[in-house]
Design a protein around this ligand. Sequence first.
Ligand SMILES: Nc1nc2c(ncn2[C@@H]2O[C@H](COP(=O)(O)OP(=O)(O)O)[C@@H](O)[C@H]2O)c(=O)[nH]1
Ligand SMILES: [Mg+2]
Length: 197
Amino acid sequence: MVSGRVSHEIIFVGRSNVGKSSLFSAIFGRRVRKGAKPGTTIKPNQIVYRDLLITDMPGYGYIHGVNRKFNERVKDFIVHYIENNAERILTAVHVVDAKAFPEIVERWESRGEIPVDLEMYEFLDEVSDVIVAANKIDKVDDVERTVKTIAEKLGMLTTDKIFPVSAKKGDVASLKNELKERLIQIGREDLTSVFKR
Ligand SMILES: Nc1nc2c(ncn2[C@@H]2O[C@H](COP(=O)(O)OP(=O)(O)O)[C@@H](O)[C@H]2O)c(=O)[nH]1
Ligand SMILES: [Mg+2]
C-alpha cells in the first residue's frame, strides 16, 4: 500500500464489469496490474505520480460465482477507505455502465430495494466531490436520453457532472479534461502530465 508523500488522490469507484480498469488505461495510458480473479481480492490498483495517487477501487455488486459476504466486505472496504482518506481525495469518479444502468436500477426499484449504485453515489456525494463516468456509451443509441436517465435515477439536478465515455474506443477526452481542470483549480497543473496525451 502507498504511504507518505501523497497529498492528493483521485479514485475510481464502480460495480464490477463497468469498465473501470479499461477506463483507467484509456485515461492514464498505462495498464494497471491485472487484478486477480474478481471475488478473490479486495486490494485496490494504484498508480502514484509525484504526490498524486490514483486508485482503482475493487468492484462491488453481484459477481457470478462470488458470495454475498464477499460483496459486503468489498463495500465496507470502499466506505472505510474513503472515510479514512477523505481529506486528500480530490475527486471520486463513479463509473457506471451506461447501457446496463437504467435497467439495473429499475430492477432494484421494482423490488422495493435501494439500488447499490444509488447508495454508493449518495455516500460519495456526501464525503467527496463526485463525477459520474457513463462508460460503454458506444453501446447506447440515444446518448442524451441515457445521460438524462442516469441523472434522474441518481437524483442529480443537472447532467453537468455526467461524462459519457467509451474506454473501448478511447473516447475519454471529456472526463480527462474535467479531471485536468480539477488539478488546475488547486494550482497543480504540473500533475496533469499524469494523463495520457
Ligand atoms: N463496449 C464497451 N465495452 C467496454 C468498455 N469498457 C470496457 N468494456 C468491456 O467491459 C468488460 C469489463 O471491463 P473491465 O475494465 O475489466 O471492467 P471492471 O471490472 O470495471 O474493471 C470487458 O470485457 C471490457 O472489454 C466500453 O467503453 N465499451
Ligand atoms: Mg477492474
